[in-house]
Ligand binder design. Sequence first.
Ligand code: COA
Length: 261
Amino acid sequence: MSYKNIRLETDQDGIALITVDRPEKLNALNRETMGELDDAFTRARNDAAIRGLIITGAGEKAFVAGADIKELAVLAPIEAQELSRRGQTIFRELERMTKPSVAAINGFALGGGLELAMSCSVRIAGPEAKFGQPEVKLGIIPGYGGTQRLPRLVGRGRALEMLISGEVIDSSEAYRIGLVNYITPAEDLVSFSRAWVRKVLANGPIALALTMEAVDVGLDCGLEQGLQFEAAAFGLTAATEDRHEGTRAFLEKRKPVFAGK
Ligand code: COA
């Protein structure tokens, strides 16, 4: 599939940079853009050469200013439900990829934009970035996971405050409540994100994937099942060459070289 609304570029370290590229509409997610993101996430998941992802927005103003309101304005109820399920599935694919992902937030992250950012492993923002779930101001509710991921990230009280007021917060407030992990100068956003992913990718690849899966299982199914999964996955790591290499490298006071086996 060739893309019209996004760009996908993979560097020599296997880090895919996905740029939502509709700056004239503040990178709003219309159906076509969602279809392209779906394709890009499927490619990223299936391509072993892609080891991590960075998602950002084109231009200086917006990461993604939401789902496309022009399309939302004319949806019939069942159509709207289907659009929501489709968007949820696409973002869930990103979230469950077990490859580290960064939302490099260069401006407005509103509605579907914040929902996209929350589906990444971490969020790194420029000082001018703005965050919000303003759907209630349009008489609708978040449909791409916002009501579920925001409370999981920042807690019920702060999430409800943002969700029912629809108000927008700035980077320093987002950092204070744990919605973003780092704030960095706008011009360094992508290079900082790349460095972060590279640092993560130096860890044991199987351990990385299992850790992400364990967090997801626990948040999905609850503590008991999460703990069970953790123990099983911990057992599995004991069978890997990576465990052997990682522990031996520590004892030999050198850096490990993981094979992902
Ligand atoms: N869907 C469709 N188009 C959007 C959009 C969205 N979510 N967000 C911005 N745009 C479009 C605007 O309609 C405008 O298009 P036009 O030039 O053809 O009129 C263009 O992007 C620029 O936006 P504009 O509103 O002129 O920029 P601004 O700097 O004055 O305001 C925002 C920026 C982000 C505050 C404002 O665009 C906004 O409130 N957007 C909607 C945010 C939202 O509610 N998102 C959740 C959707 S569920």
